[in-house]
Design a protein around this ligand. Structure first.
Ligand code: TRP
Length: 331
């Protein structure tokens, strides 16, 4: 039973790619560990300082993760801004975080390019806040994607540095959570690349999509002009449609269309119709759950309150101990 922490940025709706690439692993993780999942609303201000509807964004993420199966009884599910202890640790870590090392972080340099008019100190210290998020619970493991590896390295640096500077063995040095098998990459509908909300309109299938929207997107998916000889290798666009079918359709359906393709008898319109139908069927229970939870504010309040209480209990203990370690004392 290890302590695992993961932050989720409140940026938009979840799609099939998120589910198979990350959420499914979270579901497995929460069965075997003491997981803390939180919504990183403070972090979101580093790029969106004046969001039109911050609470709405947070609610959407909370609802969708719950709908997909994060269990507030098994994990601690909370909102970052509900746990002020994190901010104190953030401040303390910042005292021993050097501008030079923070400036060298790739994602900071990227943000400097992307938002030259808003190079704020929050962006620069994004890694210290992230480290605080994790080590506040004395976590051993963090599930991270490729893009977060450097941030994990920074967390390890700050945890090690704290231990060294105050001459203690207090913080465990967190490591990457290993999912065993390779993460599943879900292709999008644009004909190339993976499913993602920034990959263009219609590329991703969201759990919040109405069946009509799903049908429309799938019917518009990129294809090619069709096989001209038996057993021809598939183009990327067609391979992607088959990959999607692999995750939502029954095996006899897949075999049927594989055979049709190999015999040059395939009609892409039929394949898309079937794929759309199976996607609607696959997403329907989640879709219903999202609708149900969205209108149940009382339940969401209960979840967030319970999560904040559990997270604060763990965080307060850490703060109390590191205050002692550093030398703060009450008169
Ligand atoms: N930076 C992470 C992301 O963009 C979100 C995050 C914030 C996080 N704090 C964290 C992830 C702590 C893991 C652990 O996805």
């Amino acid at each position: 039973m290890e302590i695992v922490v993961s932050g989720i940025r409140p940026t938009g709706n979840l799609h099939l790619g998120n589910y198979f690439g990350a959420v499914k692993n979270f579901l497995r993780m929460q069965e075997e560990n003491n997981c803390y999942f939180f919504i990183a609303d403070y972090h979101s201000l580093t790029t969106h300082p004046t969001p039109a509807d911050l609470h709405g964004n947070v609610k959407k993420v909370l609802v969708e993760y719950l709908a997909l199966g994060l269990d507030p009884e098994k994990s601690t599910l909370y909102i970052q801004s509900d746990v002020p202890e994190v901010i104190e640790l953030y401040l303390l870590l910042n005292m021993n975080a050097y501008v030079g090392e923070l400036e060298r972080v790739t994602s900071f340099k990227e943000k400097v390019r992307q938002q030259p008019d808003n190079i704020n100190a929050g962006l620069l210290t994004y890694p210290t806040l992230m480290a605080a998020d994790v080590i506040i619970h004395k976590a051993a493991k963090v599930p991270v994607g490729k893009d977060q590896e450097q941030n994990l390295e920074m967390m390890r640096t700050f945890a090690r540095r704290f231990n060294r500077m105050y001459n203690v063995e207090y913080f465990p040095i967190p490591t990457a959570y290993n999912f065993g098998e390779a993460l599943v990459k879900i292709p999008g509908l644009n004909g190339s690349g993976k499913m993602g909300k920034s990959e263009g309109e219609g590329n991703a299938i969201f759990f919040a999509d109405e069946p009509r929207e799903i049908q429309k997107k799938v019917m518009r998916a990129v294809t090619d002009s069709g096989p001209t000889e038996p057993n021809q290798a598939k183009s990327e666009a067609i391979q992607n449609l088959f990959s999607l079918m692999n995750i939502v359709s029954a095996s006899d359906t897949i075999i049927f269309f594989e055979n049709a393709y190999n015999n040059c008898e395939i009609r892409y319109g039929d394949l898309k119709k079937q794929l759309a139908e199976d996607m609607v069927k696959f997403t329907a229970p989640f879709h219903e759950k999202i609708k149900e939870l969205s209108s149940n504010n009382l339940y969401l309040q209960k979840v967030a309150t319970m999560g904040a209480e559990k997270a604060r209990e763990s965080a307060a203990k850490t703060i109390k101990e590191i205050r002692e370690i550093i030398g703060f004392k009450k008169f």
